[in-house]
Design a protein around this ligand. Structure first.
Ligand code: ARG
Length: 264
């Protein structure tokens, strides 16, 4: 995770960002610390990377790496404003004992557009990550990658429209939650076929970034506004953990965007 010490909305690269809306950086920092402390309270280890001046979106750590089995695939951003973030994260990995690092040759916004089900790597394209980056990820990790097409600019990254609630085991493909209208008709059919028991999000669930959640297979950290979705997850046996991240939403992100999950 990266503290939002230089967080700002100085440019608009997604429909949620409005440079004319003031951002309260102290509040962003406090809310971010709340998210970090929530993970620690749930028993997870959180490492922090040093934020850099001039990189206001660096707080959205999910976009800078995908780590599976200790292997790292770095990022290549679409927006030039975010370009330099990739190198800071690459250096963090190098300095923390990760030696198997590949930097992508195609636009790749990492966990923003990739979700690991434990068996399949779901991969989004349409707004940011290029389809060729999906193929690159498949070569790097040696896991099957499934391309999905995003069609609604509000849900420009896969992690704004879908997340994994629990990983695949035995006969189960894993459990996901997603918002069908964010996907092309063909991708919707693929998701329905692979995950017939998925939690289907409503417009309201998706619009408050309810799908930008982080699950450890039991606790599901999600925005406080996603109360209705939280209720349905509780009915399925999960423990919803609401967090307040309203300032970071002004940058177009929620809990998952602020979290790069390291799968050793
Ligand atoms: N302002 C950032 C952008 O548009 C937000 C990134 C959100 N991250 C995410 N994983 N969805 O690139």
């Amino acid at each position: 995770m990266c503290p939002p010490r230089y967080f700002a909305v100085d440019y608009a690269i997604n429909p949620w960002m409005d440079p004319d809306t003031p951002v309260d950086r102290e509040r962003a920092l406090a809310q971010w610390a709340g998210l970090r402390d929530t993970y620690r309270r749930l028993g997870h280890t959180v490492e922090e990377i040093e934020p850099q001046p001039g990189l206001p979106d660096m707080v959205f750590a999910a976009n800078s790496g995908l780590v599976l089995g200790g292997r790292v695939l770095g990022a290549r951003f679409r927006a030039p404003q975010r370009g330099p973030e990739a190198e800071h994260y690459r250096r963090w990995f190098t300095g923390h004992g990760y030696h198997d690092i590949t930097m992508p040759s195609r636009i790749n916004e990492a966990e923003g557009d990739f979700a690991w089900t434990g068996r399949l790597l779901l991969a989004g394209t349409g707004f940011r990550t290029e389809p060729e980056a999906h193929a690159e990820a498949q070569e790097v990790f040696g896991v099957p990658v499934l391309s999905l097409r995003l069609v609604d600019p509000r849900f420009y990254h896969l992690d704004t429209a879908l997340f994994v609630l629990s990983e695949a085991t035995g006969d189960s493909p894993g459990e996901i939650a997603y918002y069908p209208p964010a996907f092309s008709p063909g991708s919707q059919r693929v998701l329905a076929r692979l995950f017939p028991d998925a939690v289907i999000a409503t417009d309201a669930d998706a619009e408050c970034f309810g799908l930008n959640g982080v699950s450890d297979n039991r606790h599901v950290v999600l925005p406080a506004e996603a109360a209705a979705l939280a209720g349905r997850l509780a009915d399925r046996g999960y423990e919803p953990v609401p967090v307040e991240l309203s300032e970071l939403r002004k940058g177009g992100g929620g809990p998952k965007c602020c979290t790069l999950e390291i799968r050793k």
